[in-house]
Design a protein around this ligand. Structure first.
Ligand SMILES: NC(=O)c1ccc[n+]([C@@H]2O[C@H](COP(=O)([O-])OP(=O)(O)OC[C@H]3O[C@@H](n4cnc5c(N)ncnc54)[C@H](OP(=O)(O)O)[C@@H]3O)[C@@H](O)[C@H]2O)c1
Length: 234
């Protein structure tokens, strides 16, 4: 198994949950240096540094996992930067960064893992954001949501293309899930008041949903986007 963006936040929670359920989990990180020693202790010899904005970065990462395990059955890819800004104040560079980290890294990761996943009839899991299905306009997060919407179309298209090989591809869409490195918006009381279940989620709650989608219990599910949002933007 391979979990990207595992140095912090939701990726770290998913990697720990998969490991705690007995799986051999490889983790990848890019720039959160402070987490490197923690990852090395928790995932000894299964930790990789990779910038997935480049196709070679993704290919080298998957090759390293295959060199050690000989197989890959699960790819979890929570990579994706966030941007809170009106469209008026979003620059072309900002938009490029949103599409690079949310869309292109996913393409590189899936392309690199595709053959290995076919060999195991494995599964891929990507991360959207709550409310994607409704294709709403967004006052403060339009660039980010546009990139996540593009990712959702890719996920559903991969699901269609890969079904005949027995590969499932899904996404999970968190609502507000604060963690040590999350954007201040995840703690904004005005937004939290609009969550039907009345509170933000925890990384562990997201990880449980991820475990389900990657498990045999979800073997008849593909092309699904599962909101984990306490009903927010449902
Ligand atoms: N937390 C929430 O409330 C929330 C809500 C909705 C959706 N989501 C989505 O859920 C996913 C995880 O959320 P999060 O809050 O844990 O994210 P986060 O704290 O913002 O972290 C983003 C992660 O993406 C990695 N990353 C970005 N660009 C990369 C690249 N080019 N190559 C490799 N890694 C790259 C970063 O790695 P390094 O730090 O190592 O550079 C970091 O681990 C994201 O896709 C996010 O959009 C989160």
């Amino acid at each position: 198994m391979l979990v990207t963006a595992a140095a912090r936040g939701l990726g770290l929670a998913v990697a720990r949950a998969l490991r705690d359920s007995g799986d051999r989990v490889h983790v990848a990180w890019r720039s959160t240096e402070s987490a490197a020693s923690m990852l090395a202790a928790e995932f000894p010899e299964r930790m990789h540094r990779a910038d997935l904005a480049r196709a070679e970065g993704a290919r080298d990462l998957v090759s390293a996992v295959l060199a050690r395990e000989g197989r890959l059955d699960v790819l979890v890819h929570p990579v994706g930067e966030f941007l809170s800004a009106s469209l008026e104040s979003t620059t072309p560079d900002d938009l490029e960064r949103m599409f690079l980290s949310n869309v292109l890294t996913s393409v590189h990761a899936f392309d690199a893992a595709r053959a290995a996943l076919r060999a195991t009839r494995g599964t891929g899991l990507f991360f959207g954001v709550a409310g994607l299905d409704a294709l709403r306009g967004r006052r403060d997060t339009a660039g980010y949501a546009a990139a996540k919407s593009a990712l959702l179309v890719l996920v559903r298209s991969w699901a269609l293309e890969e079904a005949r090989f027995g590969v499932r591809v899904n996404s999970l869409s968190p609502g507000l899930v604060p963690h040590a490195d999350s954007d201040p918006m995840t703690r904004d009381p005005a937004v939290i008041r609009r969550i039907p279940l009345g509170r933000t989620g925890t990384p562990e709650e997201v990880a449980r949903a991820a475990l389900f989608l990657c498990s045999e219990d979800a073997r008849y599910m593909t092309g699904v986007d599962l909101p984990v949002s306490g009903g927010w933007l449902a």
